[in-house]
Design a protein around this ligand. Structure first.
Ligand code: FO1
Length: 329
């Protein structure tokens, strides 16, 4: 007699998604939260997260990978939920001393977070790929789904703004994303890793997480041949709107959209991904919106205010996607 214990129910629901292979393209906070929800709903080997590395830069000689770290820390349960980056329970002793010494303190590195950057930089200097270094860090933090950098090559995102062309972190942190963005400049001929391509070729479902479409998802799709594989392979492609009732839950998406000629709406996000997606997920606050290309739709509560909410949204999406897969198989 199977008990109705939470554990038993969890195992039942995992059976519901048994042998499903899911790939999630994720950037900052929204992407990390959905990735965490998916990790709670699926067994570790069913989920692969492809992380944006367009925000990466070298700072004080250290290789910083903000979006990889936000996903890794979130799945490890050690993320600073207030800031959306770095570690919870952080101390700032080193940064305070850097300030006293007149060092570059504009990019705030906490003491615990510094250990990640030092360790990653050490391994890269030893010749490890970013993929291998990320896998080691995840293993040490007991993070089981595969977190794959979109590429092992540098792929810096630049922003053409009314103050000239800015490197990402200069725009985002030093200038607090206030310069008006005319264009996002993505690097040419960056290649996906073999592990990324293998995960995409095996995926039943690919999810574009509720991350900024321009500076979190596009940089991943821009890596060859990720966009082509997402568009051409038989898997079911889902996009989750990062815009709820005209605002972004966090970050510059809502400010950037009008600056770049897009309406500030979930419908505009659906249009933006129209040639890629089979299912569009948006918040109940946007119920009744009209979507030009009429993808399958899931209108639900997409605001993830707790780990349980992250898992509920992930299950909502997976259940809807599995139904669509069964209808089309
Ligand atoms: N974002 C800020 O707005 N201010 C910071 O001082 C800052 C420091 C920081 C340190 C490590 C890290 O991994 C991320 C950090 N971020 C900071 C966020 C970073 O700019 C990301 O690129 C954004 O979160 C966008 O994804």
């Amino acid at each position: 007699m199977s008990s109705s214990s939470a554990w038993a129910i969890e195992q039942q629901s995992r059976k519901a998604f048994a042998d499903l292979k899911v790939v999630c393209l994720a950037g900052g906070v929204g992407g990390a939260k959905l990735a965490d929800g998916l990790a709670r709903a699926l067994a570790g080997d069913q989920l692969t997260i492809i992380g944006n590395t367009g925000d990466d830069f070298t700072h004080c000689g250290l290789q910083i990978c903000p979006d990889l770290d936000t996903v890794m820390y979130t799945l490890a349960g050690v993320a600073n939920v207030e800031t959306g980056w770095g570690r919870q329970g952080e101390s700032w002793t080193t940064l305070a001393e850097m300030t006293r010494l007149g060092g570059p303190d504009w990019f705030r590195l906490g003491d615990l977070d510094l250990a990640t950057h030092l360790t990653r930089t050490h391994w890269l200097a030893q010749g490890k790929t970013l993929t291998a270094a990320t896998a080691h860090l995840c293993a040490q933090l007991d993070v089981h789904p595969a977190l794959l950098p979109m590429s092992d090559q540098p792929a810096p995102t630049l922003l053409e703004t009314d103050e000239g062309v800015l490197p990402f972190q200069d725009w985002f942190v030093r200038r607090r994303w206030q310069p008006i963005v005319q264009r996002v400049i993505l690097p040419a001929d960056v290649k996906a890793t073999p592990l990324v391509m293998r995960a995409l070729s095996r995926a039943d479902i690919v999810i574009l997480a509720p991350s900024n479409p321009f500076v979190s998802i596009d940089p991943i799709l821009n890596v060859y041949p990720i966009r082509e594989m997402v568009a051409d392979l038989p898997q079911l492609v889902v996009a989750v709107s990062p815009i709820i009732a005209g605002t972004a839950v966090k970050g510059p998406a809502a400010k950037m959209m009008p600056e770049m000629g897009f309406a500030n709406s979930a419908a505009a996000i659906a249009d933006y991904y129209a040639d890629l997606i089979d299912l569009f997920v948006y918040d109940q606050k946007d119920a009744g919106i009209l979507l030009a290309n009429d993808p399958h739709q899931l209108c639900t509560n997409t605001l993830m205010t707790s780990p349980a909410e992250r898992e509920r949204l992930a299950r909502d999406i997976l259940q809807t996607a599995v139904q669509l897969l069964q209808e089309t198989s």
